[in-house]
Design a protein around this ligand. Sequence first.
Ligand SMILES: Cc1cc2nc3c(=O)[nH]c(=O)nc-3n(C[C@H](O)[C@H](O)[C@H](O)COP(=O)(O)OP(=O)(O)OC[C@H]3O[C@@H](n4cnc5c(N)ncnc54)[C@H](O)[C@@H]3O)c2cc1C
Length: 379
Amino acid sequence: MLKDYDVAVVGGGLLGSAIAWGLGRLGKKVVVLDEGDIAKRASRANFALVWVQSKGLGMPAYTGWTMRASETWGRLAAELKDQTGLDVALQQNGGFHLTLGENEFAQRAQLVTRMHNQVGAADYRMEMLSASEVKKMLPLIGPEVSGGSFCPWDGHVNSLRTFRAFHTGLKLFGIEYFPERPVSAIARRGGEFQLSTAQGEIHAGKVVLSAGNANQSLAPMVGLSAPMGPTRGQIVVTERTMPFLPHPLTTIRQTDEGTVMIGDSKEDQLDDRTLNHAVSAVMADRAQRTFPHLARLNVVRTWSGIRVMPQDGFPIYDQSESAPGAFVTCCHSGVTLASNHAFEIARMVAAGALEPELVGAFSARRFDANHAATGSGYY
Ligand SMILES: Cc1cc2nc3c(=O)[nH]c(=O)nc-3n(C[C@H](O)[C@H](O)[C@H](O)COP(=O)(O)OP(=O)(O)OC[C@H]3O[C@@H](n4cnc5c(N)ncnc54)[C@H](O)[C@@H]3O)c2cc1C
């Protein structure tokens, strides 16, 4: 039977869109099937950092993979702009994690030391700065700020515009995007994949599962696994104000439109997107202790979103042995890693196999009790 598509991507969030865009860029015939634009989806609710600092404690391969994404994000932004005319407002001049009080400073300093001591962290640049050093770069910090860590690789982007740019690009590449088309079953027969949807079957030579937390139930259909759980995060947004923040922070950033985003909380195992106002209050309080002038701004929006969170917090990239041509991808930093998904993962899927170093580090087999970790640190 003729295959309808070279690749079917299940999930049209940031991961699926980036990978499908990357495949389109390589001339592949691709279809993207999405369950629907439900507000809690992480791709529509995130904080939009392109972030390196403190990523990969306990898994050096993840530090390298994140640094690689940071290095190639500029190329992604430029290609998206060339193709679609959309400027995703990437800014990569370094970012801070600021601390309030001496205890927080000491804890952060310990984390920086642990990151530096980790094997394979040779090029990792993250340093502690005193309050007076921070003040030279961020003059409006308040008296409670005790200092913080700075990493020159860090940055941020307009992530909703990035999402739109990917989707505009998909159209320009001739990729078909079907919203409201959840995949309910996947089978491999006669060398192709058959994906069942309420509107009929889709046939493809390869399948990429990028369905966020739904990967957990889809992956076993193609002999894979994706152990994960939902984590709720909340964001508060203020009215527009004068430019005052030349670098993003882990919890505060000024958008290219002038608003201030305050985030991002983490509540484990919560798949309910009801706002917890007590959490918003703590976030807003810390923000105004960090920058006292924020107390004068009105809050205009707040929301919660559900993170895609593999069980150990590190990405899962895997390929099926029993159903060759099936891949699963999920991670909790889909903005940061978008360039890797668009360039690296798409290239490997097009070639038919993930590179051994990638699978060695990020396969879900690491959750198997009998599996000895084989991460080479290549990335
Ligand atoms: C509050 C918050 C802050 C964040 N901040 C950052 C940040 O600063 N930087 C960063 O890098 N990342 C951040 N993230 C994480 C980032 O947003 C996610 O890693 C990324 O959006 C995950 O994208 P995804 O495509 O895997 O998942 P999703 O956005 O959940 O998309 C999955 C898609 O799969 C579809 N789907 C589900 N089931 C099916 C099915 N059966 N068939 C077809 N389609 C299906 C859904 O409709 C959905 O569109 C944040 C997330 C949150 C919630």
